[in-house]
Design a protein around this ligand. Structure first.
Ligand code: AMP
Length: 395
């Protein structure tokens, strides 16, 4: 890796600013419903504490409009982190300002303070230098452990690094980059990319880039219908991004030219409406009724995808095979997971819905690596440089 990591810095007794991604889901009562992102940052936090650092954590939560909004307070996150660390976690009233600076200065080694939501200041998303400088005043060292937000040039990820001599990566950042770079640069082959989910936009560029690197591409989920339509199938009321039909054809053409095998659904579960109590039917993709929509891959497709995965050595997966949140349309996604873990291949998966599906299936322990990122995961696979990662390299 061409940047420093936290274990290469001397942080003993120092105030260390760690950018984490604590953008966790919460229920209406303000309880954290899934703490995996908090858990993922624990190795870095624990390392800093063990080294006798004063740990200052910073994150955003949700999309407040550049000003404080109670529902986006990191208070519940501070409480959950405190339970996990079994020690007090102070919540600062803001992320910058004289009061927070005083609190930071008063910290003793082994203490943890969580700053209030970075996005309570509109300057965060504008990568504003003076705002970043104000954050800098809190600490003596900077660590980025938020891979999932490093595709965005925001102040706490990019601008802030300019004020530290040795900005460094946390363990989660290192691990994410290790697995994704391995898949991109030096994978065990055959390498298969599986894509699904609702949106085609954002993924086509990724598929284009991957077409020159992977051996097979499997496409399921809502996005498959844009591909099927581009090939001349009638897909009824299934999701289609009309303006991307041409680009879908380009991807298929590029794959063909490069000798990459592409697998699309041969049958699907269609429903008369987008509802778990809708009428459903299994149908070949050639026979999707005009007024119905495809909401999951069908059983023949599950078999086909399972066969395509046999003997593969690395599997990269993003996006569910159907509207898996509704029970009648979940089977395709769960069967795919069984095929992935059953293949014995190295499996690297990413994206919020994919992560959720893997955990729901009970097979999470058998997946080699589950990335905490969605957007950053896709941008890296697209071959883009991530501003947060580049900023660590520049120093
Ligand atoms: P994305 O954010 O693009 O990865 O999309 C994830 C969402 O796609 C999940 O919430 C799924 O319910 C949804 N999805 C997957 N397949 C379909 C489908 N055939 N029709 C509608 N939604 C789908």
């Amino acid at each position: 890796m061409d940047f420093k990591s936290i274990d290469q810095l001397n942080i003993q007794g120092k105030r260390v600013f760690i950018r984490v991604d604590f953008n966790v889901p919460m229920d209406e009562k303000g309880n954290v419903t899934d703490d995996s992102r908090i858990q993922a940052a624990l190795p870095t936090i624990n390392h800093a504490l063990k080294q006798g650092a004063k740990v200052i954590l910073a994150s955003h939560l949700g999309r407040p409009k550049g000003k404080p909004e109670a529902q986006y307070s990191l208070g519940p996150v501070a409480r959950r982190l405190s339970d996990l660390l079994k020690k007090e976690v102070k919540l600062a009233p803001d992320c910058i300002g004289p009061e927070v600076e005083q609190m930071a200065l008063a910290m003793v080694p082994g203490e943890v303070m969580l700053l209030e939501n970075l996005r309570f200041h509109k300057e965060e998303e504008k990568n504003d230098l003076p705002f970043a400088q104000n954050l800098t005043r809190l600490a003596e060292s900077y660590i980025n452990d938020a891979f999932a937000v490093s595709h965005r040039a925001h102040a706490s990820v990019e601008a802030i690094t300019r004020f530290f001599k040795e900005p460094a990566a946390g363990f989660l950042m290192k691990e994410e980059l290790h697995y994704l770079n391995k898949v991109m640069e030096d994978p065990a082959r055959p390498l298969v990319a599986i894509f699904g989910g609702a949106k085609v936009s954002g993924k086509l560029e990724v598929l284009k880039n991957l077409a020159s690197r992977v051996d097979k591409i499997i496409i399921g989920g809502g996005m498959a219908f844009t591909f099927l339509k581009s090939m001349g199938f009638s897909v009824g009321k299934s999701l289609v991004e009309e303006d991307l039909l041409g680009t879908a054809q380009d991807v298929l053409k590029t794959a063909k030219e490069r000798g990459v095998k592409v697998y699309l659904p041969v049958d699907c579960i269609v429903a008369d409406r987008f509802d778990s109590s809708a009428q459903i039917r299994i149908t070949p993709v050639q026979e999707i009724p005009q007024d119905w929509m495809g909401l999951d891959i069908g059983p023949a497709t599950s078999v086909l995808f399972g066969e395509a995965l046999q003997g593969t050595k690395t599997i990269l997966w993003n996006g569910p095979m159907g509207a898996f949140e509704m029970e009648p349309f979940s089977r395709g996604t769960f069967e795919l997971i069984r095929h992935i873990v059953g293949s014995g291949a190295i499996s690297v998966v990413g994206g919020g819905d994919t992560d959720l599906a893997v955990h729901k299936s009970g097979e999470a322990g058998r997946i080699t690596y589950i990335s905490t990122a969605g957007g950053a995961f896709l941008e890296l696979l697209e071959g883009k440089k991530l501003p947060g990662v580049e900023a660590l390299k520049k120093q």
